[in-house]
Design a protein around this ligand. Structure first.
Ligand code: GLY
Ligand code: MN
Ligand code: MN
Length: 436
């Protein structure tokens, strides 16, 4: 059996269980279609429904769909418009074609005719803002119980998914090295962004999220994507958070660089060590929140060691000082989406775990399980808005913080596959090692 045939067997079994548990006979998954901008006839780039590409690596064929009834082979309706305005999307080659009934359609109105009564008995999963799908008679539209069940289980990846994520990480690592070289060559943020895309031969709509390409102070803006067009006179530091896609699966990697050897380089090295120590602690059965707290304590120690804040790691954490420097979550599930959903699900019955009040931006609160893939992305930044709360606090060394401000901040992000007994796989570091 190929890795893909094992994968689709797992997906099929997960759908069988989800449909049975939620009382649905069958499912119809619409790949989706691009949305036009307001009062405009130009569409935003197409993003395929993640539960469609879970079955088949078809990501560029809007208005395609999949019908699945337990006990039967899935049917893929591949939309190939007869249209002289656009290039016809190609039928992606691959093993998947041997595991589905492939029906090529040039008009989606042919789907109800092909399925007949079966469509009205199926749960519909997908966006339905447009006709004709908006008016189709179906058994249910995006039933939350069914979707939650599926999202809960897809946190654990199949071998085929892991292969795709390894590949996506190698692409991202290749592009990251090109971006790093462009930074050291003195490029602007926009030029670095272009170097990243060119290194892996993709356009902007073909990376999983807007790349964060930040020089100097901009590194402190967590979702910075302004891309300055002029290189600053002095480019001291560079933070890049950028990914890649392979067969619909995402990589999400962050690296930070210092132009000079000196205290900022030492701080990067300390953060890098702290991130790797944290990854070595990860074991099945422990709640992800515990790792978030453990990473806070390591960052608190760095804050004290480098003289930014006074106190023990515990006191720095308890007083909320470390949250002023590390204000986001430790990481998130990743796979078909850069932020795979399901991080708040307590079980496959759809019960949820409330956001943690102390750490509201942490979007993974589940227990760690073998086969889950998530990111580990600690950060340390000078965010003045957050530091204002501590103005005048003598535990803070404001002169030392002022030295760090021109460098923005540091984030280091890898994706980790949870192994048995802590035998974890670091997809991102392995990717850099494989290509260097
Ligand atoms: N690149 C988005 C994130 O790291 O979560
Ligand atoms: Mn991330
Ligand atoms: Mn990221």
């Amino acid at each position: 059996m190929s890795a893909y045939s094992d994968h689709i067997a797992t997906v099929q079994a997960r759908f069988d269980a989800a449909l049975a548990a939620t009382g649905h006979e069958a499912v119809f998954i619409y790949a989706g279609q691009p949305r036009n901008a307001f009062l405009d006839d130009n569409a935003a780039p197409f993003r395929v429904n993640p539960l469609f590409k879970y079955w088949v690596p078809i990501t560029e064929n809007p208005q395609s769909a999949l019908y699945y009834q337990p006990g039967h082979q899935p049917v893929v309706f591949l939309y190939q418009p007869r249209d002289y305005w656009h290039a016809t999307p190609v039928v992606p080659a691959g093993d998947w074609q041997q595991h589905v009934d492939l029906v090529v359609i040039d008009d989606i109105n042919k789907i109800p005719a092909w399925l007949g009564e079966r469509l009205s008995k199926a749960a519909f999963i997908g966006e339905d803002f447009a006709e004709p799908v908006a008016s189709w008679k179906v058994a249910a539209r995006n039933p939350a119980a069914l979707i939650d069940h599926l999202h809960y289980h897809r946190a654990v990846k199949t071998a085929w998914e892991l292969d795709n994520m390894r590949h996506a990480n190698r692409l991202a690592a290749t592009a990251h090295l090109a971006a790093r070289d462009a930074f050291f060559a003195g490029a602007s943020e926009l030029e670095i962004h272009h170097a990243y895309l060119a290194a892996i031969n993709v356009r902007e709509s073909q990376v999983p999220y807007n790349s964060i390409v930040a020089l100097n102070e901009n590194g402190a803006v967590l979702h910075y994507d302004n891309y300055g067009t002029q290189a600053p006179a002095e480019a001291r530091s560079f933070l890049i958070d950028a990914g890649a896609l392979y067969q619909g699966y995402c990589a999400d990697i962050t690296r930070t660089y210092s132009r000079e050897n000196g205290f900022f380089q030492e701080l990067i090295e300390a953060m890098d060590t702290a991130q790797q120590q944290l990854i070595s602690e990860i074991k099945p059965g422990v709640n992800y929140l515990d790792y978030h707290v453990s990473q806070h304590l390591k960052i608190a120690k760095i804050l004290s060691d480098f003289g930014f804040v006074k106190g023990t790691p515990e006191s720095i954490y308890e007083q909320g000082y470390s949250s002023a420097f590390f204000p986001h979550g430790l990481g998130h599930l990743i796979g078909l989406q850069v932020h795979d959903v399901g991080g708040f699900l307590a079980n496959d019955a759809g019960e949820t775990i409330s956001r943690n009040e102390r750490h509201p931006f942490l979007r993974l609160l589940r227990d760690v399980e073998v086969g889950q893939v998530f990111t580990i992305e600690p950060g340390l930044y000078v965010v003045d808005q957050l530091l204002e709360e501590f103005a005048g606090n003598a535990d803070f060394n404001w002169d030392r913080i002022a030295e760090l401000r021109p460098y923005g901040g540091i984030r280091i992000e890898d994706s980790v596959v949870v192994g048995v007994n802590g035998d974890n796989e670091n997809l991102s570091r392995d990717a850099f090692a494989a290509i260097q």
